[in-house]
Design a protein around this ligand. Structure first.
Ligand code: C5J
Length: 238
């Protein structure tokens, strides 16, 4: 077992049963001209997550531990987009409309892709999801159970939206999540802090909160995972 200092108490995981979740590090949320900016957000607030997440990704790749990337978005014909989601808010552009990086939050457009710094490599799962939670309308649970994964290290954006939905869904399914504070981010710093506090409150009611450094320090350099290579989602390539 590997034990990582965390709130509310150390997070212990078996390296043969752990996976890294990289949630929605998409250009549409992280770069100018995307969906996040169309909603009036300052997307530069998410950029600080890239460097530490890159170091955690390197760790998982070195160890041979599974990595799963998610992308929020919709079919080009928008048949999986509820009106309730399409019409919410007062954006300059709506989902499916043409922006500087192609159609907003539509699979296959440039903006839907993951930022180049954190791009998936061959053998990593890329999971497309129409909602906020990564378990909703996806085969994530099947993928995790088929691999015997019980522990999740969670990174991604935004903390109080897709990360929060996902870790709550994971918790209800019996998975244990370590959410890395510096590898998650929000357009609203106060929401980031509040969401992290909610995860670890009440004895870890949703999960554990730690940092990339604490995780990196806790993993012995000689430890090599035995997990086999992951499968790539064939439906949509990066
Ligand atoms: C949002 C997400 N914020 N990935 N999506 O709409 O958190």
């Amino acid at each position: 077992m590997i034990t990582v200092p965390a709130d509310p108490f150390p997070f212990a995981f078996d390296p043969d049963h752990v996976a890294l979740l990289c949630i929605d590090f998409q250009r549409d949320f992280m770069e100018a001209g995307g969906f996040g900016e169309s909603l009036g957000n300052d997307v530069s607030r998410l950029r600080s997550t890239i460097e530490p997440t890159g170091r955690v990704l390197d760790l998982f790749r070195r160890q041979g531990w599974p990595v799963i990337h998610t992308r929020e978005g919709h079919r080009p014909d928008l048949t999986d987009l509820f009106a309730a989601k399409r019409d919410r808010g007062n954006p300059t552009l709506r989902i499916g409309e043409e922006g500087p990086m192609g159609r907003l939050l539509v699979r296959g457009s440039a903006g839907h892709g993951i930022v180049p710094e954190l791009a998936p490599v061959e053998g990593e799962v890329v999971l497309d999801k129409p909602g906020k939670g990564s378990f909703y309308a996806t085969d994530l649970e099947t993928i995790l159970r088929a691999r015997g994964i019980t522990s999740l290290v969670v990174t991604g954006v935004t903390t109080e939206v897709c990360v929060q939905s996902t870790v709550r869904e994971a918790n209800d399914r019996g998975f244990e999540s370590l959410i890395l504070a510096d590898c998650t981010g929000s357009y609203f710093p106060e929401f980031h802090q509040s969401a992290l506090a909610m995860f670890s409150a009440q004895g870890g009611i949703v999960g554990w909160v730690g940092t990339s450094d604490a995780l990196l320090d806790a993993v012995p350099t000689a430890t090599a995972g035995t997990a086999a290579a992951t499968t790539t989602d064939e439906e949509v390539g990066q």
